[in-house]
Design a protein around this ligand. Structure first.
Ligand code: G6P
Length: 619
């Protein structure tokens, strides 16, 4: 959801900014732009389209030089994707340039006010209004620096006090050849600390090649950044807490390596990422799982009466599996909410209810809002998050990291499976405080431990999966059906296909299908049937027969050794045998590959699917 980067130092800014944009491109790719200060003059380049076809070509044809600059890759909110709506945007005097991630909610009122004062606008964006507002404040501050430093920082503070909405932003001004002002509220922003150079960026991926020392800004922080120092003040409290953190991943972790796409790389990483999620957490002696960061005593955990899980997108599907796991193992009532619904529908929370949020990025605005809402109401809010140091990770009362490493592919794969692994551990942990027998817990822990090897075995079927995918790649509609634990995986399988191949796909309960949607089945509508050998097997097979009786082609995901399924399905993908609650993890992997190969066969850009952004930081 828009990526921003800024550089100030002794090197040429343009290559650093361009490389940073490439690393941020998963956040948005409608257009991109840079502004560099070249001998007291702001030089701007911006272009519609993805980075390599747009801004990179433009910078090659029309290079820019200078050691201070800001850049932006856009996911459109206000105004269509176009050159003119691309960032950076300028103020009326053309001396101040702004890049922005977020939404200025009162931009219309501000625009009218500025227009009455003689401002004219070139774009349809809320960001240009913000740039003009900063410029207007700057004119009033110029030549009259107050006690708090330079006029540009003060102008940014003045402007932000008038703004309603969210922002992660970076501002430069032709009058200040060594200065970037950064600010955040609601959208992430970090400072990267180098030697005689500093960076600002929406996320660490953009700057990890240059430094591993970062400061995560908090809401209402405004940072003044020069080559040799940075200062942070907070608009709310005036003084800001600055903590320097060390990044735990390298540039290589966030690189595509030998794989054609990040999505494929991340699918193939899953034996390792599941291992990472389990590492140090399997306690065979106590027949339980252990965690470092929940920040709750056993007595407090035992005292939970209900868990509400809030999440968005793919993480919401993981939440549904979490509900099944925790209810089965711990007999604790769980309710799953779309994060945005939880915030605004005043759902009752009893005294001992805990909110658990799930988020790969740790920045999803809807999910963050749910976390804040639960905390505001005096409830404990826990989080399962992938990105270390993200806003949700920092604002939750306690939590568990996935340790899946950077996920760049816009369609989430490895983080989904890692979330399921962590939820499985959490279910055992909570279950063992209640009535889960040690024997059952141990059996489950052993099955968890076997998963990485089993995932490897599934990945080894990649070529046959590709063949099956090709066979169905031209279908216009798909169904994905499952029951019990695999019902949420049917939803997720359909979502993956929709996201990257643009085929209409419906995930549905295999049992519920007969109550209406079966009307859509015909010989041209394939169904992916999740039918592992679990407690529901016979019933799911009966549901499958209903599709078959209506000539619907069937691709089955079944358990190794199931001969019966071959007789009734057109194609079969086999899963290694595991315990019922762990089929969601195993079944996810072939569905990811299936979606990937279909999208490839249709010529889609799987890492940058149209209209999507990886981290949605607006509500
Ligand atoms: C966006 C992405 C989805 C993702 C969702 C939640 O909509 O396109 O792929 O599942 O956000 O993201 P999170 O980072 O909170 O898990």
């Amino acid at each position: 959801m828009c990526g921003i980067i800024g550089y100030v130092g002794k090197k040429s800014a343009s290559p650093i900014l361009l490389e940073g944009l490439r690393r941020l491109e998963y956040r948005g790719y409608d257009s991109a732009g840079v502004a560099v200060l070249d001998q007291a003059k702001l030089v701007v380049r911006k272009k519609l389209g993805k980075i390599d076809e747009g801004i990179a070509r433009l910078l090659k044809a029309e290079p820019v030089t200078g050691q201070l600059g800001i850049a932006h890759t856009r996911w459109a909110t206000h105004g269509v994707p176009s050159d003119k709506n691309s960032h950076p945007h300028f103020d009326q005097s053309q001396k101040i340039a702004v890049v922005h991630n977020g939404v200025i909610e009162n931009y219309d009122a501000l625009k009218q006010k500025l227009a009455r004062a003689g401002h004219t606008f070139k774009s349809d964006t809320d960001t240009e209004v913000l740039a003009h507002l900063i410029g207007d404040c700057y004119e009033k501050r110029r030549g009259k620096p107050g006690a708090n430093g330079d006029a540009l920082t003060q102008a940014v503070c003045d402007a932000l006090r008038e703004v309603i909405g969210t922002y992660g932003l970076a501002v430069i001004c032709a009058d200040y050849p060594n200065l970037i002002v950064g600010a955040r509220r609601g959208s992430p922003l970090i400072i990267g600390i180098g030697k005689d150079e500093h960076f600002v960026a929406s996320d660490a991926n953009a700057i990890v090649a240059h430094t591993k020392k970062v400061v995560y800004l908090n809401d209402y922080d405004v940072a003044t950044i020069t080559p040799d120092r940075f200062d942070v003040l907070n608009l709310g409290t005036d003084t800001a807490t600055v903590q320097i953190s060390q990044l735990e991943f390298s540039q290589e972790d966030a690189a595509r390596g030998k794989h054609a796409h990040f999505m494929l790389k991340e699918i193939f990483e899953q034996p390792q990422t599941v291992l990472n999620a389990l590492r140090g957490r399997l306690d065979f002696e106590g027949a339980t799982a252990k965690f470092g960061g929940l920040n709750m005593t056993s007595a407090e955990l035992r005292g939970i009466d209900r868990i509400v899980i809030a999440a968005s997108g793919t993480s919401w599907h993981a939440a549904l599996v979490g509900e099944y796991l925790i209810e089965e193992f711990a007999q604790l009532p769980v309710e799953v909410e779309f994060a945005h619904e939880f915030c605004y529908r005043n759902c009752p929370l009893e005294k001992n209810t805990v909110l658990l949020v799930l988020s790969q990025s740790g920045e999803t605005a809807d999910t963050l809002a749910a976390l804040r809402e639960a905390k505001r109401r005096g409830h404990r809010a826990l989080a399962i998050v992938n990105v270390v140091g993200s806003t949700i990770a920092r604002e939750s009362d306690g939590g568990i990291y996935m340790h899946a490493g950077p996920e760049i592919g816009v369609a989430s794969t490895k983080a989904f499976v890692s979330t399921l692994a962590v939820l499985s551990l959490l279910a055992v942990h909570l279950g063992r405080m209640r009535n889960l027998p040690a024997k059952r817990a141990l059996e489950f822990l052993r099955a968890l431990e076997a998963l990485p090897k089993q995932i490897e075995a599934i990945l080894a079927q990649n070529n046959s999966l590709k063949k099956i995918a090709k066979k169905y790649a031209q279908a216009d509609d798909f169904f994905f059906l499952g029951r019990g634990y695999t019902f949420p995986i049917a939803l997720e399988g359909a979502l993956k296909l929709k996201e990257i191949s643009y085929i209409h796909a419906e995930g549905y309960s295999a049992a519920e299908m007969k109550h209406g949607p079966i009307a859509l089945i015909d010989s041209k509508t394939p169904t992916v049937f999740l039918v592992p050998q679990d407690a529901m097997y016979d019933k799911t097979m009966a549901n499958l027969a209903m599709i078959r009786a209506r000539q619907g082609p069937i691709i089955a995901l079944a358990t190794e050794g199931d001969k019966q399924i071959k007789k009734v399905a057109n194609d079969v993908i086999y899963l290694p045998k595991t315990l019922e609650p762990l089929y969601p993890i195993l079944a996810s992997v072939p569905l990811q590959l299936f979606a990937y190969h279909i999208a490839m066969a249709r010529g889609c850009d799987v890492d940058k699917p149209r209209n999507l952004a990886k981290s949605v930081t607006v509500q």
